[in-house]
Design a protein around this ligand. Structure first.
Ligand code: FES
Length: 155
């Protein structure tokens, strides 16, 4: 069993709010991911039992939403916006520089488990492009040097 008793109780409380169990799957995924960091195959099997669906159905939901992770994640998420306004102001080059600085491709995690690098669609900060999201913080008006300083400062 990978889902703790505390989280299981919170999931049951969510299920009670919905006419059909399955309605609580998204809140349950948030609860589980907050505790475990990602949704492993074993976690998907446990959730499938709770929700009386198949593990594949759980993993379909996980893969549909980019806030859920089916792989272990780094301590920090560094996501560069590569939508058009940010790209016009150098976001793709900035992401390439971070990839080579960190030694990982977008979508990968550094071997020390410190950073998962990725890219995102527009985060609504186009006026200050290019930008990236580090966990819950936006960093705007970036260039390669300022982006590198920010990632180097992460623990
Ligand atoms: S395009 Fe990057 S924040 Fe909108």
């Amino acid at each position: 069993v990978v889902i703790s008793g505390t989280v299981r109780a919170a999931i049951d409380a969510e299920i009670a709010k919905y006419p059909r169990r399955r309605g609580a799957l998204l809140p349950a995924l948030h609860l589980v991911q907050r505790e475990l960091g990602w949704i492993s195959p074993e976690t998907a099997r446990e959730l499938a039992d709770i929700f009386e669906i198949t593990p594949v159905e759980v993993l379909e939901v996980v893969s549909f939403y980019n806030m859920f992770h089916a792989e272990p994640q780094g301590r920090h998420h560094v996501h560069v916006c590569t939508n058009l306004p940010c790209s016009l102001r150098g976001a793709r080059e900035l992401l390439a520089k971070l990839e080579s600085h960190l030694g990982v491709a977008s979508g990968e995690t550094t071997p020390d488990g410190r950073i998962t690098l990725g890219h995102e669609e527009c985060l609504g900060a186009c006026a200050n492009a290019p930008m990236m999201r580090v966990d819950d913080t936006y960093h705007e008006d970036l260039d390669a040097e300022s982006a590198r300083r920010i990632v180097d400062g992460l623990d």
